[in-house]
Design a binder for this molecule. Sequence first.
Ligand code: ZN
Length: 443
Amino acid sequence: MSQSHPQPVDLIIEARWVVPVEPHAVVLEDHAVAVDGDRIVALLPIADARAAYAPRERVELTEHALIPGLVNSHTHNPMTLLRGLADDLPLMVWLQQHIWPAEAKVIGPEFVRDGVELAVAEMLRGGTTCANENYFFPDVIGATYRKLGFRAVVGLPVIEFPTAWAKTQDEYFERAGEVHDSFLGDSLLTTAFVPHAPYTVSDESFERIRVLADQLDIPIHLHTHETAQEVEDERAKSGLRPFQRLQKLGLVNDRLVAVHMTQLTEGEIAACAAAGVSVVHCPESNLKLASGFCPAEKLRAAGVNVAIGTDGCASNNDLDMFGEMRTAALLAKAVAGDAAAFDAAFALRAATLNGARATGLEAKIGSIEVGKQADFAAVRLSDLETQPMFHVISQLVYATGRHQVSDVWIAGVRKLAGRELVGMDTGAILARTRAWRERIASA
Ligand SMILES: [Zn+2]
């Protein structure tokens, strides 16, 4: 192209800094991203972009870092409506005596829809553009994400007891197939199997999941090795550690997205690396439930794909991926006894590109690269809390609060503009959330 005939594109975002994540640990100063439709078509210095492109819209972010939208690699977003319902309790007491009974009283399509909507509003205001979802009523979950234009991996649940979603194992599998088919070809939605955990899913169901996940070419996303007790209970029952049982069932491969993993032997870490397993580290949920410490640095050093998730709001209690990145980096250093462990650039990668890889979306999202989807978060770094500026990536991980996220795009569409949600009615979301508070508290 010549300077006299600049190429028309939909959008140019000019930023003081662009952190593309790939190549690793790079910060580009005074760069612009050109977007056409839902895709990134160029990443180049601002002066060059002005000569080469005629954008329909130009956004100037003179005090901001533009980063890939954050990927929350493990969450239960309908549970955002249970935020703060039961705190300061051990995992099994929390789950069996508080969360499951409360859920049983309110769970249904409306609860799921309103919980996801509240979560999407919170995620967008925190720079998150993709959620790896794990909850019942995936049909409603997917429809809600689709309506709101939010990217998600919709989990297809399997658990060995009847729930409001399905009564029998056959019904879980039938409904999983229906939901998967209904979202085929959707530009923002994909699916994964989400068997709850080894202690709630039978060998027979795991075998069906393995075969179907291969046929559908989708990930298998499950909680495992969350606590030492879980590992002990499985050993007492089957004589195997949960991970060994998954190995025996043929599930330890590059489809496996293993969440928590606080109890791991050196052999299991090596097996994860060799098999291409992704591990989702949920440090704040693990800390709050005193579940144990994921050896995140050992996993990273072994070459395991480590991603980051918040877990649900009932055990975190927020969907703040900036907070989670910071906690992940700090906790990994303490657990490893090494201040150089899990550095800031790796934490940002874990919260973006590694999440994309875990969810099978590595070719589409997770970094600012030509050809990828235009999913971005702009972070205003001129606030006194993030000054002076020596190192952008360090500042993003160790000093930035999610309130500094100013603008967000998903597939080239602006979802947050100057911290205002675009196309979402904040007042209506709050009113519905307060109504759920009354129903849940009086249940
Ligand atoms: Zn979870």
